[in-house]
Write a protein that binds this ligand. Sequence first.
Ligand SMILES: CC(C)=CCC/C(C)=C/CC/C(C)=C/CC/C(C)=C/[C@@H]1[C@@H](COP(=O)(O)OP(=O)(O)O)[C@]1(C)CC/C=C(\C)CC/C=C(\C)CCC=C(C)C
Length: 430
Amino acid sequence: MPTTLSWVATALNPETIPASLGFVESFRFSDSSSFVLGERRQVFSHRTNKGKSQKLSCCSMSSTSTPSSLITSPTAGEEKAAAAVSSEQRVNSVVLKQAALVSERLRSKANLEVKPDIVLPGTLSLLSDAYDRCGEVCAEYAKTFYLGTLLMTPERRRAIWAIYVWCRRTDELVDGPNASHITPTALDRWGSRLEELFQGRPFDMFDAALSDTVVKFPVDIQPFKDMIEGMRMDLKKSRYKNFDELYLYCYYVAGTVGLMSVPVMGIAPDSQATTESVYNAALALGIANQLTNILRDVGEDARRGRIYLPQDELAQAGLSDDDIFAGKVTDRWRFFMKNQIRRARMFFNEAEKGVTELNAASRWPVWASLLLYRQILDEIEANGYDNFTRRAYVSKVKKLASLPIAYTKSLTAPAPASSPLIKARPNQTR
Ligand SMILES: CC(C)=CCC/C(C)=C/CC/C(C)=C/CC/C(C)=C/[C@@H]1[C@@H](COP(=O)(O)OP(=O)(O)O)[C@]1(C)CC/C=C(\C)CC/C=C(\C)CCC=C(C)C
């Protein structure tokens, strides 16, 4: 086990966790079957002729889906209230909160430039060591991404590393070597530890780096809490009734990453897009990545008894859990997969619109990650939709070939004022 990995594993040992879319375009697939994905809604906030912001959102949700409460042990009253709210509406409230936090910081400070380190004897070097360790973990687990971060300013790069490490550790709780020992109580402790670090009381050096990051950048705690909620969901749920449920799960475990990262990566000063629309694009990239992950890992997940596919859509395609466990590529499966891939691509397309609005130095790694991840969908197709026995992967050659393409795309500056992403206050400083 690599050094950093064992460090993370030790830190994650349960014993050591301290008392551990408004156009709505309804569409039906042209196929004769009644496979209906439902509404297509787009993420971006457009200004109408009257200059009023109109919310367009993007997530295909089954028209037959019944939003349900996925909150831990809800009371009957909470359950009733939650049932009236779709996953997308819930997630949108987090986006609005994060965008409001950025605006609030803008009002209280002239801009979002990085605050100086608090100079206490020994603190700077400890902090610097803590960030370096985060960089090492990042370099070890996500080499290409790590290289991309090297293009960012040192402050932003360090902060992204700190967020990466926290996300990785959180994911390891349910996916790592100690996963079988992880209980909801351990997740509660991880959550308390998160609250502590947001209040300036980190538990270890990785937490210290994140604690410093959240002081320096307008990062809200909610996406972090929500990621823990996603892990909690993973512990107790192995089926998703419909896309609404799956969307919430994808938000929890991956959309949150987008919301955590944008305050650090920053929005280009000359961007005309609304803060909210950029956050929605970030959210879309996280959802797209996770949907892709799910489609790639169908066989692997089934072998663990897990099916992260909308049950109602499977049924509409004439498929059952048994078909997934049997792992046979049939016409029904190919049909089902084509539509799932189409939806994932819609989220990638929505995400694309926001990448250009990011700070110049942050665009390259984001374009790279978008292009690389999206190619997994192409590989699933190239494998004849056999994601039961074959793991779609992007070859090194294709990965390398994507980097200059990502770089060229990253040179495109934010769209001028005529863009559909016009922001409410064009002179806003970021
Ligand atoms: C620049 C950039 C890409 C920044 C993100 C950095 C960051 C903090 C990454 C954390 C990733 C992480 C460890 C998440 C934990 C949960 C998890 C495992 C999610 C899955 C990722 C893939 O992980 P994994 O390494 O297991 O994959 P492989 O199996 O090895 O293929 C996810 C599928 C989701 C990751 C989600 C993102 C990277 C969100 C990306 C969105 C942005 C960076 C916002 C971009 C902004 C705009 C405006 C589009």
